[in-house]
Ligand binder design. Structure first.
Ligand code: GH3
Ligand code: MG
Ligand code: MG
Ligand code: MG
Length: 317
């Protein structure tokens, strides 16, 4: 088979190796009061390249979950002195939903109803001891795969397909908390709305494909300029971008946006016969008072309207 389908065999091996290597970033917590049983599970998981944490009681497990928010999978025994695995599962589910933390129960109990109890309490899977190693590995693998699929879906749902920036949903999802934490710390914060000038005309004269390339080029320049800062950038729709400027009062934000405006005016998109330039207008408003998040954006939009009115390619605040 290997000789006949050499490339396919190599692909399969590479796929398997990649799956195992991906496990290196996954943190798993093993909870069992019996040291030898715990070690056996931990060794099995380490063989699969997981980062393994160990706890000998439910209380210790809850502390570890708090200390290591990166733990994504808990494999827990049922019978434990201070808190059984069923109770531990219930407690974990009060703080972590199954799209963030997966739970697999394990027990040598003869009670055939235990499996259903665990699942009802919020576990994602259950295995009776003694287990077949390969079966447990498969079940763990499926749970890890589900988490990775959820991550990919979440990423897709929160990013803008064309530019790769955050999308409007992400902006409105995270923005209010960022604003609240600024206001709590008595730090200034400003909202900017940026809109490409005469973009419809550009689409009409050069075509949508060139329009898309310009959008991507502007997005890239914005991202590069805002990289390594706390500010939050998103494509709100069409040729409009929102920027939450953390720690900046209206004067600082206006100066910063003036720099952004110049950066964009410098962008060149290479066409067959010439280089294409583009400009943008920006409206900036200070975030103050306990307003609804969208009101801050509306305020920035009103200033943007004025920036357009006064001739475009400018910042108005
Ligand atoms: P202004 O300077 O006043 O902002 O004028 P404008 O032409 O930029 O504004 P308007 O809102 O009239 O036009 C925006 C255009 O953006 C219309 C729409 O066809 C185009 N557009 C929206 N989304 C996309 C996209 O994803 N790709 C491309 N190529 N064009 C888009
Ligand atoms: Mg036990
Ligand atoms: Mg627009
Ligand atoms: Mg426009």
């Amino acid at each position: 088979y290997v000789i006949k389908n050499n490339e396919r065999a190599i692909d399969m091996v590479i796929g398997a190796v990649e799956r195992i290597l991906a496990n290196r970033s996954v943190r798993v917590l093993v909870v069992d009061d019996v040291p030898s049983a715990r070690k056996m599970l931990a060794d099995l998981l380490k063989l699969q390249q997981f980062q393994v944490f160990e706890a000998s009681t439910g209380t210790e497990a809850m502390t570890m979950l708090e200390q290591h928010p990166g733990i994504e999978l808990v494999v827990t025994d049922y019978n434990m002195p201070d808190m059984d695995g069923y109770e531990l599962t219930r407690r974990i589910r009060r703080v972590h939903t199954s799209d963030r933390v997966r739970i697999i129960g394990i027990s040598s109990s003869a009670d055939r109803l235990l499996s259903a109890s665990f699942l009802k309490a919020g576990a994602n899977d259950f295995v009776y001891r003694p287990f077949v190693v390969e079966e447990l590995q498969c079940r763990i693998g499926h749970n890890v795969e589900t988490l990775s699929q959820i991550r990919q879906l979440r990423l897709a749902a929160f990013s803008d397909y064309l530019t790769g920036l955050r999308n409007r949903r992400h902006f409105f999802d995270e923005g209010p908390a960022i604003v609240a934490s600024c206001l709590d710390r008595d730090e200034p914060c400003s909202m900017a709305m940026l809109d490409i000038d005469h973009f419809k005309r550009l689409n009409d004269t050069c075509g949508h494909e060139i329009g898309d390339r310009v959008l991507k080029a502007v997005a890239t320049r914005l991202r590069e300029t805002l990289d390594d800062t706390d500010h939050m950038l998103a494509r709100l729709g069409g040729e409009e971008f929102g920027i939450l400027l953390v720690g900046m009062d209206i004067q600082q934000a206006s100066d910063f946006c003036e720099m952004l405006r110049r950066q964009i005016a410098d962008v060149r998109v290479a066409l067959d016969d010439a280089d294409l330039g583009v400009t943008a207008s920006i409206g900036v408003a200070q975030v103050e008072g306990q307003e609804n998040f969208s009101n801050y954006l509306n305020a920035a939009d009103q200033f943007l309207y004025l920036a357009k009115r006064y001739g475009r390619n400018r910042v108005y605040s």
